[in-house]
Design a protein around this ligand. Structure first.
Ligand code: KIV
Ligand code: NA
Length: 275
């Protein structure tokens, strides 16, 4: 399994880091088999798997359940778990307790927190306690309500300057990795060049140390519209729907199951069924 030190070395060597989200054991296993460097149990599970329209309703219990499933499916892959909405605000004790649960009960190797200056003390306290922390800047979906939607961040030099300073402070606070979401390519490049920890982009262009995508977006599993920054490497939703439609049609027509799908008794035993 790769370690936080390996990810830093990969950055130093210019070797790109490929990360993907995972929410359950089979998807995690597929990612591990494909050679993905590390997994993120994102609170995007709220949208991809739980049917919510934002990440806000996702609870610690949801995150622990899905992190455990992912860890069972990909026992040899470094796994970061998202700290869900409001699980690391208010007090450092709350943040420490919840990070501890994600690691001890969920089996996560690291956690991720959204935000800049307002979470520096959290990053510092967790790191000091032995919890590897991934920071998350740019578009931070847990604050979509405050930001006013899901928009590209850091488009002006002033906003970008703030973001670049916050990224540096997150590194100084102890973060081992930074996720940068929905920012202009030039801003991501500048952040990458200014940090010695790996910068993983999503909607941040190619000039980062690595990329992360949401599992369902990457394989076209959800069947819903995907953001501009996503590339669908497969388009599975239509195939899944076709399989289900074919199944339904064959059940209704009495064509499935066939003999080959059935179990049989010996003839003399069958006679007894009707005696
Ligand atoms: O929850 C998630 O999937 C994420 C990624 C988009 C970085 O935080
Ligand atoms: Na997330």
């Amino acid at each position: 399994m790769k370690s936080t030190a390996d990810f830093r070395t990969m950055k130093q060597n210019g070797e790109k880091i490929a990360m993907v989200t995972a929410y359950d054991a089979p998807s995690a296993k597929h990612a591990e088999t494909a050679g993905i460097d590390l997994l993120l149990v994102g609170d995007s599970v709220g949208m991809t798997a739980l049917g919510y329209d934002s990440t806000v309703p996702v609870t610690m219990e949801d995150m622990i359940l899905h992190t455990r499933a992912v860890r069972r499916g990909a026992i040899g892959t470094f796994t970061v778990a998202d700290m869900p909405f409001m699980s690391y605000h208010g007090s450092l004790d709350l943040a420490l307790g919840n990070a501890c649960r994600l690691m001890q009960e969920g089996g996560a190797h690291a956690v991720k927190v959204e935000g800049g200056n307002e979470v520096l003390d959290v990053i510092h306290a967790l790191t000091r306690a032995g919890v590897p922390v991934t920071a998350h800047l740019g578009l931070t979906p847990q604050s979509a309500g405050v930001i006013g939607g899901y928009k590209v961040q850091g488009k002006t030099a002033e906003q970008a300057g703030k973001l670049i300073r916050e990224a540096k402070k997150a590194e100084e606070a102890g973060a081992f990795m930074l996720v940068l979401e929905c920012v202009p390519l030039q801003v991501a490049e500048r952040v990458r060049d200014g940090l010695s920890i790996p910068v993983i982009g999503i909607g941040a262009g190619r000039n980062t140390d690595g990329q992360v995508l949401v599992w369902h977006d990457l394989i076209g599993y959800s069947g819903t519209r995907v953001p501009k920054f996503v590339k669908k490497f497969a388009d599975l939703a239509p195939e899944i729907e076709k399989a289900l439609r074919d199944y339904k049609d064959e059940v209704k027509a009495g064509a499935f199951p066939e003999e080959g799908h059935s179990f049989f008794m010996d003839d003399e035993e069958v006679g007894a069924l009707y005696s």
